[in-house]
Design a protein around this ligand. Structure first.
Ligand code: GLA
Length: 694
């Protein structure tokens, strides 16, 4: 009889000796080989100074419609709006040379703007909106085209910097005389506000969570004069600080509008501060090339050129070339569809489910857009919440999962329950996806295969690890139970957080649920929209999460402090509790020490060796269980010029930054009639929409 056989097998399994258990465990190996997939288009390697420098030119030019504002006395002459020494792009480095003014880049995005207060932690909806609004002290997007010998962040709002001889401080020189889009001067008042009232204020969490630790624990900042400040460190030459000054972190906000609503300066409350600039607040002052002038909920954000933008080409034309930017508020999948169809202009093709159809349509010579694949830099991991001491305030069930997450056998069981071939193929068949063990991506500069530990798929082995972690199916319902002294021996019940804005995130999360079920672990999904997911993640309210990895897994040198729990709030899946206590496991401490040693080391060989250690400790201990990694493709309408060869959709930054949109243009004879507000410029902050010249 079937039933009896099952009971007999169960009895047998329950009675196995530890030796028999070990026999079932499938030992780790190095990762399986990846199918060959060649990136299309190689970057041209140059030095940073070949791309742009800072200098005065004899004369400057602007679009005719902007000159009309000057003629009408509504705007100072262009030379007065620009810094004495603007940032000057070199024609020699522009793929198609000096551009023509006009036209629009029509983005489609899946996110929704909460408001303009990036510094108070609001999202603008992603997809390049905030990248276009904020400018940061340094810039890293274009580094994909910088030769390895000159690899260091590019200057941007910081035009230069000098290290003290002992490396314990860095003096930063800002561009002088640059202005916000409403004409207010950009200077160290903005820097001091950003540092003192955003980064150092525990009541404010900026969008990308920059804290003091992002710049090294104990780092301080002092203003020297209107255009100079100094950062003081507790270790010598922490060069990663220059990367932490790039997009996402040291991107100062307009203190002249933020300060009056900040509680330190009389603002009502931190909530009120965060929400003071909703999407309907138009003409918010920016240092970026375009200013928001129109917002329609669930429809569109329109931006017009910033008349004070501080960058020019070397013929003296004030940038940007494009007069307008659109962000159609739709879905990420629709971004691919529209870019391929030509009703949108740009997409980072990153949801593998759309690859086959997009490729098929782009292959038509008459297709309106070009599509080029880059390296395998899109990757997902399953992260375990490692806090055992209360971050995110778990209930008893959640706490029991945290305790399991901190158990190596449990994590090994989870990783061996994942059939990564099936996971990858559930997204797309073909040579795209690879089995990703976790940690640094294969093919990136610090990756070392021999230091990468891969736990092969094996349900038997997974079950053996779970048993070693104390989990058995005591009630015979097919799901593993906690030991009797935990939650009364209830079924293990895990909640998996994932972002519902992306089909890929949902598919991977569903795959994880199904595979863990086969291994006897019951997982339920907590699917939230991007904004809600981010809030839950940042507050530590999750057991596990499926997460599309950030750039530190590719570059190592950027976001370095986020590679491990190098501070109380640097790692996405292990933060300190409210009392500031961070309960690191011994291997986590080792990882953090390794990353900190990497940050302080200036010896190239030592840095390579340290990252090998990192990768080994990370993958051996399954700090995150990698799921899949694959290449992304840039889809861009054929009418655009100056798109650099080999621009990856994701490396140091997203393609929206990598292609340097301010110097992208549409040749006069290719320009389409897409401007929604032709002939207008942004108005005064908070006023209704753009304005025309009298
Ligand atoms: C989202 C998109 C990415 C990219 C970024 C830019 O995350 O998925 O492709 O556009 O926004 O911030």
């Amino acid at each position: 009889m079937k039933l009896n056989t099952r009971v007999a097998v169960a009895t047998l399994l329950l009675g196995v000796s530890p030796a028999a258990l070990t026999a079932q465990i499938v030992e780790p190996t190095t990762p399986p080989p990846a199918p060959a997939f060649d990136a299309q288009g190689e970057p041209v390697f140059v030095n940073r100074a070949d791309i742009y420098t800072y200098r005065a030119l004899d004369s400057y030019a602007e679009p005719d419609f902007v000159a009309a504002f000057v003629a009408a006395g509504q705007l100072p002459p262009v030379a007065e709006r620009l810094p004495a020494e603007p940032l000057v792009y070199s024609t020699a480095n522009m793929p198609d040379g000096v551009g023509a003014y006009g036209d629009v880049m029509r983005h489609v995005i899946g996110g929704r703007p909460e408001g303009w207060n990036f510094w108070g932690g609001q999202t603008q909806g992603w997809g390049g909106i905030d990248i276009g609004l904020t400018e940061c002290l340094t810039r890293t997007g274009p580094l994909f085209t910088v030769s390895p010998d000159d690899l260091e962040p590019m200057p941007n709002l910081a035009r230069s910097w000098d290290w003290a001889e002992d490396g314990m401080s860095l003096t930063v020189h800002l561009i002088e005389g640059a202005k916000w889009s409403d004409g207010d001067p950009f200077d160290t008042e903005d820097i001091a506000f950003y540092w003192n009232d955003i980064v150092m204020n525990p009541d404010v969490t900026p969008l990308m969570n920059a804290t003091q630790d992002t710049y090294g624990s104990g780092t301080t900042l002092e203003v020297i004069d209107a255009y100079t400040f100094r950062m003081n460190f507790t270790t010598a030459f922490p060069e990663q600080v220059l990367y932490a000054m790039a997009y996402g972190n040291f991107c100062p906000g307009p203190s002249h509008v933020l300060k009056p609503v900040h509680p330190t300066y009389g603002g009502e409350s931190y909530d009120a501060f965060r929400n003071a600039f909703p999407p309907t607040y138009l003409n918010f002052p920016v240092m970026g090339a375009w200013v928001p002038v129109e917002y329609r909920a669930d429809d569109i954000v329109v931006m017009r050129r910033n008349p004070y933008y501080w960058k020019v080409d070397d013929a003296g034309n004030q940038l940007p070339y494009l007069n307008e930017m659109h962000y159609r508020l739709s879905t990420w999948a629709d971004r691919d569809v529209q870019a391929v169809a030509g009703t949108g202009d740009f997409s980072n093709l990153e949801q593998a489910e759309n690859y086959v159809e997009s490729l098929r349509r782009a292959a038509d010579p008459a297709a309106p857009a070009r599509l080029a694949f880059g390296p395998r830099t899109i990757g997902y991991s399953l992260y375990f919440n490692f806090s055992g001491n209360g971050w995110g305030e778990p209930d008893a069930r959640g706490q029991a999962i945290r305790d399991l997450n901190r158990n190596a056998d449990f994590r090994m069981g989870v990783t061996q329950a994942l059939d990564r071939v099936r996971l990858g193929e559930s997204l797309v068949k073909g040579p795209f996806t690879v089995q990703y063990p976790g940690g640094l991506y294969a093919g990136t500069s610090f990756y070392d295969e021999a230091s990468t530990v891969f736990y092969p798929y094996s349900l038997d082995s997974a079950r053996a690890h779970f048993e070693a972690a104390g989990l058995t199916d005591t009630d015979g319902n097919g799901f593993l139970n906690h030991p009797a002294d935990v939650l009364g021996g209830a079924d293990v019940q895990v909640t998996l957080l994932a972002n519902t804005d992306y089909q890929t995130d949902k598919n991977l999360a569903e795959g994880v649920v199904a595979m863990l079920e086969e291994a006897g672990i019951r997982v339920s999904l907590n699917l939230l929209t991007g904004n809600d997911r981010d809030n839950a993640m940042n507050a530590g309210r999750f057991d596990w999460m499926v997460f599309r990895n950030a750039s530190e897994m590719i570059t190592v040198v950027q976001g370095t402090t986020q590679l491990a729990a190098t501070g109380p709030r640097t790692l996405r899946h292990h933060n300190a509790n409210d009392a500031g206590a961070l309960d690191l496991l011994p291997f986590e401490q080792e990882l953090a020490d390794t990353v900190n040693a990497f940050i302080t080391s200036r010896d190239a060989d030592e840095r390579v060796a340290l990252m090998k250690d990192y990768q080994r400790i990370y993958t051996e201990n399954v700090y995150g269980a990698g799921l899949t990694a694959y290449p992304g493709a840039l889809i861009i309408n054929k009418r655009f010029s100056n798109i650099p060869a080999g621009a990856p959709i994701f490396m140091y930054n997203w393609a929206e930054d990598n292609i340097m949109r301010e110097r992208v243009f549409v040749a006069a004879d290719a320009q389409a009639d897409h401007e929604l507000h032709p002939g207008t410029l942004p108005g005064a902050p908070g006023s209704a929409g753009p304005v025309s010249a009298n």
